[in-house]
Design a protein around this ligand. Structure first.
Ligand code: AMP
Length: 287
């Protein structure tokens, strides 16, 4: 596996991978890789001739009081994992390569980025959209893979790629991959390693109570009291704050008071021991 740290090396290596129009998958990450990331890699390998992963802890998607400095960085271990998975090229630019002096552009996607994490993390999705647009232009992949774990991020990227005509000619397909979970149901995340043993055990309440709430909503019970009970259960289990617990349209992410016939999603962000966890699950229509 080659490792590119400059744009010149990246472009040379990418062109070597597609002399005859081979399909190229891009899997963008912030590193500290786990089975969730590796599942994206495997899907990418099944789908495309070559896989390129990127590792970049993007400062512009972190707020001033967030965990940018503490975010785990382990490039050597990550590169070894990627190599084992058959990744052809790792794109690992430094901040000065992504944002050279004088960088002044910002991509802001309205609508789908405004509620949920957009409300509790102002500027976060501008940072995401801008860096993913740059990654698409730098690598020009035929396919790009993102986790449904970050459901709103996936929606923001799809909207950005559509609106800026990135989906054609180069990114033919943006593929969402279902969330990979630990044995107790907690969604895998690089941030789970911040959790103490006690908080890690309590964190499994999040997916469990979400499933409970979904069962009630699917059964026809009222949404508002069900979501209030979900919040109470999380606070009772040791979470310190629930940023949101929302039933939303799975496409627009607009909040729903009740199931309305189109695909729906339950999305939650909650804090435990200083760590902010997010999760989301599909909600089926009333049976
Ligand atoms: P991150 O390194 O957290 O920015 O994540 C990089 C990519 O991996 C994003 O598309 C995430 O949605 C995806 N991802 C992270 N965790 C999981 C997971 N548990 N299951 C599936 N995809 C994931």
């Amino acid at each position: 596996m080659q490792i590119a740290k400059t744009l010149d090396v990246l472009r040379t290596q990418v062109e070597k991978l597609r002399p005859g129009g081979e399909s190229i998958a891009l899997v963008p990450t912030m590193g500290a890789l786990h089975e969730g990331h590796l599942t994206l890699l495997r899907r990418a390998r099944e789908t495309c001739d070559h896989v390129i992963a990127s590792i970049f802890v993007n400062p512009t998607q972190f707020g001033p009081n967030e965990d940018l400095d503490a975010y785990p960085r382990q490039l050597v271990e990550d590169a070894a994992m990627l190599q084992r998975e058959g990744c052809a090229l790792l794109w690992a630019p430094g901040v000065e390569v992504m944002y050279p002096d004088g960088f002044v552009t910002n991509i802001s996607v309205s609508g789908v980025s405004e509620g949920l994490c957009g409300a509790s993390r102002p500027g976060h999705f501008d940072g995401v959209a801008t860096v993913v647009c740059k990654l698409f232009n730098q690598v020009r992949p035929s396919h790009a893979f993102f986790g449904e774990k970050d459901f709103q991020q996936l929606a923001v990227i799809r909207a950005m790629a559509r609106d800026l005509d990135l989906t054609m000619p180069h990114v033919h397909s943006i593929i969402g991959v279902p969330t990979v979970r630990e044995a107790d149901g907690l969604a895998m995340s690089s941030r789970n390693r911040y959790l103490s043993q006690e908080h890690r055990a309590a964190a499994a309440t999040l997916p469990r109570e979400m499933q409970e709430a979904i069962a009630r909503i699917e059964d026809g019970q009222d949404t508002a009291p069900t979501l209030a009970a979900l919040e109470d259960a999380l606070l009772g289990a040791g979470f310190s704050q629930v940023d949101y617990a929302v039933l939303a349209d799975a496409g627009s992410l607009a909040p729903l008071e009740r199931l309305a016939g189109s695909p729906a999603r339950l999305l939650v962000a909650a804090r435990i021991g200083g760590t902010r966890l997010i999760d989301n699950m599909a909600v089926e229509q009333n049976r």
